[in-house]
Design a binder for this molecule. Sequence first.
Ligand code: GLV
Length: 329
Amino acid sequence: MHRAETCHVRPWTAPQQRRPSLSIVYKGDLERGREWERFFAVHAPELQFRLWPDFGRAEEVSYFVTWQPPDDVSAVFPNLQVLFSSGAGVDQFDLNRVPSHVRIVRMIEPGIIDGMVEYATLATLLHHRNFIDYAERQRRREWSGMRVLPASSRHVGVMGLGMLGCAVLERLRTFGFALSGWNRSPRAIEGVACFAGEERFAEFLGGCDILLCLLPLTEKTRGILCGETFARLKRGAALVNIGRGGHLVEADLLEALASGQLSAAVLDVAATEPLPADHPFWGHPRIVVTPHVASMTQPRTAAKALLANIRRHQAGEPLVGTVDRSRGY
Ligand code: GLV
């Protein structure tokens, strides 16, 4: 009888599945980045959250969150799957430089929405309650009042009915303003007269005393705040631009203010940022300028929104805020 041969071959076992490590890189303000990092350390310790420029092994990076990616983002992160904007907009990205298989996602998070609602409300009330007139009167040491009109007598129009525009309208409704909204595609919002498409733009503008721009900047919306648009508003109307500087034809605004077609403007954005020191907007008595601060991404709420989106991605579900490259937002 043969002795059973000792088997020197180890029984077959499935090779250890080596899970690729996934890392997320944040590029932006470091102090705020640390807040995102702390959130991920507590809520998703299995994911590596790294702060640019210490991103570890570039080939492990699947998710990149930033306001300004490097030009050669696909060379820096060859296995990138999703590029997240750390802000609400993506017009600062050169979409042609991001490979087509990489998804691009806007930041939709409650902190940005709350900030925008505050600013839009403040600017609308500032116009409604004539604060720009009172600032001028104060400079002249003039104690004289203007008639206080009820909010219901003011017609406020909001351009852009995405998450931000809708949240702004919801808050403005509580004051009793007459409200209209304009959007590329149709929307229905309670208590708001909604208009859609270029063909209804003039009709939307017709009744407005205060016009707020919250549109994304695309080739279709660039320069939309121009003389022709202002001419359709009620005479003496006021403007709030919390979209992008590229929406506004700056010379047309100055002309509309000089002619009295517009009475005032609150501008949080400018074609050139920072606004050059010699720009006429700085010293204009009917313009209030703020340095692109209408709203800011809030690390805690944004990190939570980012993690929820990463979980969706890992589960093969659609991501909130996915950009349609053909529309540009
Ligand atoms: C700021 O402008 C943003 O897009 O978040």
